[in-house]
Design a protein around this ligand. Structure first.
Ligand code: ZN
Length: 200
């Protein structure tokens, strides 16, 4: 690496900070940027700064939004304010929106409770969720955290926290993936699928 000019080394180091990008890939990306026309490289740098400065958290659901004020979902009169779907990550909102089935609103925690990683309830946007429910008008809170240990524990914790408000707390159903085969499903998935069965 000592053969590299410092500016190239610096760029490589920045790319190496990205999740899932190792030293080799970072180097390749840095060389790619060097090969770009200056205008494209500038666009790239500007996009990073613009995203960082113009995107904030929605004051209602804590999802990412551009500019001040509530996000598009929280503003939409078509979205039922009586149903809140709780997710760990903004990426989960995108996934649920893709289904085009959900007509309620969201609440983004920005993580899950994880003692192993020193993430406690106070590190997440839990207080804001409780405040939303406490303000009234919410009929149902859907826990849509991942079905892993931490996601389950977080959902349980929230359910207990929201119980005093008399709101219905539900959990996403688990089951066999669409197009999947029973024989390939693991035991835990099969058990959950049985538990979550419904009348047809
Ligand atoms: Zn919002």
């Amino acid at each position: 690496m000592e053969y590299f000019p410092p500016a190239l080394e610096r760029l490589t180091e920045q790319f190496a900070k990205l999740p899932g990008v190792g030293r080799k890939s970072a180097q390749r990306l840095a060389f790619f940027v060097l090969s770009l026309p200056e205008e494209d490289a500038r666009d790239f740098a500007d996009a990073i700064v613009a995203a960082k400065t113009s995107i904030s958290l929605c004051p209602v659901c804590r999802n990412f939004t551009e500019g001040e004020g509530p996000c598009a979902v929280c503003r939409s009169p078509k979205r039922d304010p009586g149903v809140i779907c709780v997710v760990a990550d903004p990426k989960d909102v995108i996934a649920l929106e893709r289904s085009r089935e959900y007509e309620g609103r969201y609440h983004v925690l920005h993580g899950v409770i994880s003692p192993m990683n020193h993430v406690g309830p106070d590190d997440l946007h839990i207080k804001e969720l409780v405040e939303r429910v406490a303000a009234g008008g919410v009929r149902e809170v859907i826990m849509a955290t991942n079905p892993d240990t931490e996601g389950e524990a977080t959902a349980m914790y929230l359910a207990r926290l929201l119980r005093p408000f008399g709101v219905k707390v539900t959990r996403l159903a688990y089951g066999i993936p669409v197009g999947g085969h029973l024989e390939y499903a693991d035991d835990a998935t099969l058990m959950r699928a049985l538990e979550g069965r419904r009348e047809i």
